[in-house]
Structure formats: C-alpha cells, structure tokens
Ligand binder design. Structure first.
Ligand code: MF3
Ligand code: CO
Length: 247
C-alpha cells in the first residue's frame, strides 16, 4: 500500500529532511584525507541528536552505525570504521533522519582531494542521473518513468546501473511502498500527489554487478571499480515535486 501523507505528516517530513540536509553539510565539511569514517559517523550522530532528531539507520534491521559510508568499490551500506580516507577516495555518505516518527533519506558522493577525470565524471553523472530521474515526477506519472530516465542517462555515459537495490517510499518507516527502481520496468503504478519517495541511483564506473561482503552489509562492485550514489527524498505534487532533503 502506498500512503498519501497528510499536511501534518508532510510538515514533520520537511523538518526531518531539513535536518538531514544540514547533517550532510556538517559531514561534508569534515571530509578530508586522514579522517576515519567512524569519526564522520560520530559527527553526524551528534549533530542529529543535538537537533532533536534520531539517526534512522542505527539498529535498523540490526545495522550497527548511525550513517552509511561507502568508499571506492563499496556501493552502499558501508559500515563506518577506523579506515582513514585518503586522497582520491570516492566517498558515498547516506543519512537517514527521524523526527517525531517520520523519516528522511538522502545520499551524496564526494571525492577526497583529486581524482582522475573518469572518476570526476562518474560522480558528476551519477548526481545528474538523480536529477534526470526526478525531472519527470508529478501526479499521474508512472513510477517506472523515473527509472527509464536514469537508465537512459547512465547508458549514454557508459555507467553500470545497480539493479539489486532500489529507491522506495518514505514515511513513518524509512522504507515503504512503492519500490522505485533505477531502470525500466513494466510496472504501471502511478505517482499521486502526497506520496513521498526516495530516488537513489547507484552507478558504477564498470559493470553493474555487485556482491555482499562478509559483514553482511557492505555491498561492493564485482569488478572492484568505483561506484557513486546520490539520493533525495521528494514529495510528489500536482504539478511536480518538492525535494525535502535539499537546501
Ligand atoms: N539509506 C539506505 C537506503 O537508501 C538504507 C540504509 S539502511 C541501513 O535505502 F540499515 F543500512 F542503514
Ligand atoms: Co534510500
């Protein structure tokens, strides 16, 4: 069942989204060579609590940290650790924030210092693919049109589209109906004003294939090439959409 949010629910989700955005800024400020991913996790954790919210991911299905940080060939769900960032690393930061029972979900990818043009393009084109996908959103549009847009853009830029993980509805749970794949499907479900969804392309420099690490969380690319991830939580409106996790 896909829920339509009430005005009150939308207000709470706007706040959860705003704190999510501010948490990203706080983490981004601290991303540099030499800092550990655990230190970034702790900065985010404290910032979220100081703002009267909770980190949605902590203990979600047993997840052991407050945010996900996935480096280089790690696609998503990297667990923060003692690992120190170094020049050229591709760092995907995924944050969930809960306020009064309502969630927001957003991811950004950063490059530490300098990287090759190829890697800069991977990150920039993954960001663009998110906005391509978002651009079709309004009441009445098929959910699968989002994925078609993302998939076409990725293909044009020779990037692999991860298929095993998808975007999703967001609300009183971090993951709700519907699924929002980053590729074409024949699903004819349509968006309606008042739905809130997270769109989250994960694009690989190489092939789309992935595997799960022994920690049973970290997802990595099979060929060891880097991956990027961008995600926004958005409210569907009659004529378009509102990004809840943006500026
Ligand atoms: N942010 C992820 C998503 O976009 C969810 C992470 S759940 C966790 O769907 F358990 F790994 F934290
Ligand atoms: Co998500």
């Amino acid at each position: 069942m896909i829920s339509i949010k009430s005005d009150r629910e939308i207000e709470l989700m706007k706040h959860a989204g705003h704190i999510n955005y501010l948490t990203h800024l706080e983490v981004a400020k601290n991303i540099k060579a030499g800092i550990s991913t655990k230190a970034l996790n702790d900065i985010a954790h404290k910032f979220i609590l100081d703002n009267g919210c909770n980190p949605s991911f902590l203990n979600y299905e047993g997840y052991p940290a407050s945010i996900c940080i996935s480096v280089n060939d790690e696609v998503v769900h990297g667990i923060p650790s003692k690992r120190k960032l170094k020049d050229g690393d591709v760092v995907s930061v995924d944050i969930g924030v809960e306020y009064k029972g309502y969630h927001s979900d957003s991811a950004n990818t950063y490059i530490v210092g300098h990287a090759s043009k190829e890697i800069e393009d991977l990150v920039e084109n993954t960001r663009k693919s998110l906005y391509e996908g978002l651009s079709v959103i309004k009441d009445g549009v098929k959910i699968s049109d989002i994925g078609s847009k993302i998939e076409n853009f990725a293909k044009m830029n020779n990037l692999g589209v991860v298929r095993e993980l998808v975007g999703h509805g967001v609300g009183s749970s971090i993951h709700e109906d519907p699924d929002v794949p980053n590729y074409y499907t024949n699903d004819v479900t349509r968006l309606r004003a008042g739905m809130v969804i997270a769109v989250e392309p994960m694009l690989n420099l190489g092939s789309r294939h992935i595997y799960m690490e022994e920690d049973e969380w970290t997802i990595k690319t099979e060929d060891g090439l880097p991956s990027a991830h961008f995600e926004h939580t958005v409210l569907v409106t009659k004529d378009g959409f509102v990004i809840l996790t943006g500026e």
